[in-house]
Design a protein around this ligand. Sequence first.
Ligand SMILES: [Zn+2]
Length: 253
Amino acid sequence: MRRVHRRTLEICIAFRSQPGTVIHSASGPPPNRILAALPRKANRRFLAALKPVELALGQVLYHPRTRSLYVYFPNDCTVSLLAVADRASGLEVGLVGREGMVGIPLALGAPGSPVRALVQGAGSAMRMSSARFGRELKRNRPLQRSLDRCAYVAMATAMQIAVCNNEHLLEARLARWLLMTRDRTSSDRFRCTQQSIALMLGVRRVGVTVAASALARRKLIRYARGAIEILDAKGLLAASCSCYAVIQGIETA
Ligand SMILES: [Zn+2]
């Protein structure tokens, strides 16, 4: 049974739940931070146009260079942004959780996403049609300001991850990725497979197995039955490359 935070619950009720959306409890993960920060009275119409949806692990929200029908504000799910070249799998250049929005290019006037958006951690999100979102954005200054900042964070994060992928050892990159996922889910435990992590980091699965085993031997993480648990966040921070702190600095600047 899924749990939804009190604020999320309020939003979900206010926004009329869609069929299939599961709301069972007033406790649980916090709602999307962009939405939570909007002045509620002045944004009543915008907020009412959002629909709560459940996103499944592995669901593809955007295919590169195709028209995007919706934008998403994650509550407790995580979405990987994958740059795709010739090979089909792609390489992660961004990871969006409750602090952000999936669909920034649309906010900038592009018809679609340049990257593949893949649900990396299942959970809930608020969704709006791209067309409606475009209209709402034009007359909503607080939302524009918030998304301008989001666009900057996404761009700067993508640049840092590009350097990270090229410069840093896999074990340190894995520690960085785990910490970023922890921040975006507000949880020390999340479902993922070594195959999916390999995809995100653009390496072979065996490389992830070796790196994860090294972190586990140091008692920083535990991996069992398709889930990773962070046992020692401080230790994992020490094992991470400097990119984690750089990206945190970008987000909080
Ligand atoms: Zn790095």
